[in-house]
Design a protein around this ligand. Structure first.
Ligand SMILES: *Cc1c(COP(=O)(O)O)cnc(C)c1O
Length: 375
C-alpha cells in the first residue's frame, strides 16, 4: 500500500470523554466493530486503553477474541448476529452475546458454561430481535434455565436522518414494555438502546448504557443530529476527527487542452493542465463514484480537483495551480492540510454514500499509525 492512515489518539480520547461527560463514565461502550470503523481495531484499542473503558462493543466473535488477545479484560458486548456455531467461542471469551431469536437462544441455553447475555428486541428496526409481546415467554425460558441476563436492548431505526424523534420514542415505549416483563420476574436487567445520535439528542434514550460508534471517531452521525444537538442544548459540542489518510504523488505529467483523462473519457481538459497521479483507488477504499463531482484532495494546503473516474488503484488530480509539484509530495485524501480540510463526510457525499460506509471500507491492509507519542 502506498498510503497511510494516521490516528490521533488524543482525539479519540477527547470524543470518548465527551460522551462520558454526557452519559457517565462506566455507561459508555465504544463500538470497535468493522476494524474500528476503518481506524484499525488494535490501533484504536491501544489509544483508548489508558482511559480504561468499562465496556467495548464489537460485531464479530473474532473481534472479541482480538480484543481479549490485546489484553482487554472489561465487559465485551457482541452486537452482531449471533450464530449457534460461534456461541461456544463467545462464552469462552467471556463476551456477552446479544440474542434475539429462539433458535439462537436454544443453542445458548444448551451450553454448559454460559456467561451473562443480553436479549434484543425488535422495536421498529425490522432487523434483529424478539417482538415486545414475546418478552414474557422469553423470560420464562430464561428463568427455567437459570440464565442470568445482563441487559435488554434495542436499536433505533430513524434517529440520525430526522429532527423529529417520534418514531424512536415509539421504539423506546416498546422497549419499556419488554423490559417490564424482566423486571416483573425480578430480573435485574440494564436497559440499553442508544448509539451516538440518540445519546446526543434524545436524553430519554440514554438509559443504562450508550453504544458509541461514529462519534468516538470524531464524526457527527449526520448534519441533522448536529443541528438537533445545538437546538436541544444551546451548546456546540466539539468532536475531533481522529483519522487522516495520506498518500504521495507518484508522477506528474502535462495534459494538453482537449485530451481525455481516465476510463470512459468522462473528463476532457479544457486548458493545458498539469496532472498528478496518486496511488490510491477504489481497491484501497476511495470510492469510484467520487471522481468528477467537485471532489478534491489536498496538496500543499490547496484543493486539487479529482479529474476523471477513480481507477482500481489510482486516481488523477489537477495540480496546474500547485507550484513546484513533484513526485513524492504528500497528499491528504481525508484530513487537514494547512487551512483546508477534506472531511470524510465530503468524500462520502461525492460518492453518494455516508461517512460510515466510507470509513469502514478503508482497506484493512493500509497501515494505521498512531501519533509517535502514543502506545
Ligand atoms: C453500530 C452500532 C452502534 C453504533 O452506532 P453509531 O451510530 O455508529 O454510534 C450501536 N448499536 C448497535 C447495535 C450497532 O450495530
Amino acid at each position: 500500500m502506498l498510503s497511510t492512515i494516521h490516528i490521533d489518539g488524543a482525539a479519540l480520547r477527547h470524543n470518548y470523554l465527551a460522551f462520558c461527560a454526557i452519559a457517565g463514565k462506566d455507561r459508555v461502550a465504544p463500538v470497535l466493530k468493522s476494524n474500528a470503523y476503518g481506524h484499525g481495531l488494535a490501533t484504536v484499542y491501544t489509544a483508548l486503553k489508558s482511559e480504561d473503558p468499562a465496556w467495548l462493543c464489537v460485531n464479530y466473535v473474532r473481534e472479541a477474541a482480538e480484543l481479549r488477545g490485546l489484553g482487554f479484560a472489561g465487559r465485551l458486548l457482541v452486537v452482531g448476529p449471533a450464530v449457534p456455531r460461534e456461541l461456544g467461542a463467545c462464552a469462552q471469551l467471556n463476551a456477552e452475546p446479544v440474542i434475539g431469536n429462539d433458535d439462537v437462544l436454544k443453542a445458548w441455553l444448551a451450553l454448559k458454561d454460559r456467561p451473562i447475555m443480553h436479549v434484543k428486541f425488535d422495536t421498529g428496526m425490522g432487523r434483529q430481535g424478539f417482538k415486545a409481546d414475546e418478552a414474557a415467554a422469553v423470560v420464562h425460558k430464561l428463568a427455567s434455565h437459570k440464565q442470568q441476563v445482563a441487559g435488554v436492548c434495542t436499536h433505533f431505526a430513524n434517529v440520525e436522518d430526522v429532527t423529529d424523534q417520534d418514531y424512536a420514542k415509539e421504539q423506546l415505549r416498546q422497549l419499556e414494555v419488554a423490559a417490564a416483563a424482566f423486571k416483573a420476574a425480578k430480573m435485574n436487567v440494564m436497559v440499553h438502546a442508544a448509539s451516538s445520535a440518540s445519546t446526543l439528542i434524545m436524553p430519554e434514550s440514554r438509559l443504562q448504557l450508550e453504544r458509541m460508534g461514529i462519534s468516538l471517531y470524531g464524526v457527527w452521525p449526520s448534519q441533522a443530529t448536529r443541528i438537533s444537538y445545538l437546538q436541544l442544548t444551546g451548546r456546540v459540542l466539539e468532536l475531533k476527527p481522529a483519522l487522516s489518510w495520506r498518500t504521495e504523488v507518484t508522477s506528474v505529467k502535462a495534459v494538453a487542452s482537449g485530451q481525455f483523462i481516465g476510463y470512459g473519457c468522462t473528463y476532457r481538459a479544457n486548458h493545458d493542465m498539469t496532472v498528478a497521479v496518486l496511488p490510491v483507488g477504489y481497491f484501497e477504499g476511495y470510492p469510484r463514484l467520487a471522481g468528477n463531482h467537485g471532489s478534491y484532495v489536498l496538496i500543499k494546503g490547496q484543493r486539487c480537483p479529482i479529474v476523471g473516474r477513480i481507477c482500481m488503484n489510482m486516481m488523477m488530480v489537477d495540480v496546474t495551480h500547485i507550484k513546484g509539484i513533484k513526485m513524492g509530495d504528500p497528499v491528504t485524501l481525508i484530513g487537514q492540510d494547512g487551512k483546508e480540510t477534506a472531511h470524510a463526510h465530503d468524500v462520502a457525499a461525492w460518492a453518494q454514500t455516508i461517512h460510515y460506509e466510507l470509513l469502514s471500507r478503508l482497506h484493512p491492509d493500509i497501515p494505521r499509525q498512531l501519533a509517535p507519542s502514543e502506545g
